[in-house]
Design a protein around this ligand. Structure first.
Ligand code: GTP
Ligand code: MG
Length: 315
């Protein structure tokens, strides 16, 4: 039905489509924004910086347009091979996009750490929209001077205050983004909302629950590898390995009498069942892999696009 509507519009020639990359330093709310507009969870969200590690497309369909939002890892000065891989993902996300959106956390103002993202955006001859997120945390009188300051700092096609968490202002952003897209047909069918296969979304949901359950350096030392993902009789069986870097981290993740891991497993299973609409059996194991973030063998294993190629080659 929606497909038919989209096709009608496309025939009329007034339909627009294109790609938008969302850039910004870690933790400003990029993934929250993408999920909010897509209307489905395509990217995990935590209160910790450097949550997103790969570029992820979230597809937004409206009667007059299809907008592919590309969520990216927070831009920072990378110090580990993992960090450098994340910054490579940002680079790849920028290939062939039509518009750029740079997000800042309005409650913290425009910070020196935002400059890396702003500089990156400036290198392209593309319109740049500045999104001032988390306006629920800032008073109205403080917003005007911030807008004024930002307009002197950079040449933005638009500056839009939003609250990605509640959705306040996000449809306006979408309308403005659409206005910069070329006329053209949809790239994806109307029922597809991400390019990330379910198998890897599952790994991400597990990682999110682990990150939420742990503190300090552990959230960033985690990785999740789905070893098998098999559906039979409306039951999805997922076996996954959670990598940590040290024995102590493993102990914390498992918790007293296994309680922490049990909580993680339940939270991940409940959410996966809701997202995938299937009963899920989840088997989680924790493995210590010293310094996996510095080893290219593991980093390759975590690249879902590469993993997908390998899985397809095996078939
Ligand atoms: N108060 C408030 N919090 C927000 C808003 N948007 C996002 N957050 C919170 O900010 C934190 C970071 O959100 P993410 O969406 O993971 O941020 P990100 O920019 O994708 O972070 P990285 O993936 O690490 O680069 C989470 O705790 C969100 O709930 C907002 O509009 N208001
Ligand atoms: Mg993110």
């Amino acid at each position: 039905m929606i497909d038919e509507l989209l096709k009608d519009k496309q025939r009329e020639g007034s339909f627009r489509s294109g790609f938008v990359a969302i850039l910004g330093r870690p933790n400003v709310g990029k993934s929250t924004f993408v999920n909010q507009l897509v209307g489905h969870k395509v990217a995990i969200v935590t209160s910790r910086p450097q949550t997103t590690r790969n570029r992820i497309q979230g597809i937004v369909n409206r009667h007059n347009a299809q907008v592919v939002l590309i969520d990216t890892p927070g831009i920072h000065r990378a110090e580990t091979p993992m960090g450098r891989l994340m910054m490579d993902e940002v680079k790849l996300a920028l290939e062939g996009v039509d518009v750029l959106a740079v997000m800042i956390d309005a409650s913290q103002g425009l910070r020196p750490q935002d400059r890396l993202a702003l500089e990156r955006a400036r290198r392209f001859q593309l319109p740049v929209i500045l999104l001032l997120n988390k306006i629920d945390r800032i008073s109205k009188p403080a917003l005007l001077p911030l807008l004024d300051f930002c307009s002197r700092e950079g040449q933005f096609a638009e500056m839009i205050p939003i609250c990605a968490l509640s959705g306040d202002g996000v449809e306006r952003v979408l309308d403005r983004l659409i206005s910069y897209l070329p006329e053209g047909e949809a790239y994806f069918p109307a029922d597809q909302f991400t390019d990330q296969p379910e198998r890897f979304l599952a790994a991400e949901i597990i990682r999110e629950k682990c990150m939420i359950a742990t503190r300090q350096e552990i959230p960033q030392a985690l990785a999740v590898l789905v070893e098998s993902f098999e559906e039979a009789d409306r039951l999805l069986r997922i076996h996954a390995i959670i990598l940590v870097e040290r024995e102590g981290q493993k102990g914390i993740l498992i918790g007293h009498g296994g309680q922490t891991m049990k909580g993680i497993g339940t939270a991940a299973r409940v959410e996966l069942e809701q997202i995938l609409g299937l009963k899920v059996f989840l088997d989680l194991r924790v493995r210590v892999e010293p310094d996996w973030r510095g080893k290219s063998r593991f980093l390759r294993q975590l690249d879902w696009r590469r993993q997908l190629e390998q899985l397809n080659a095996q078939e």
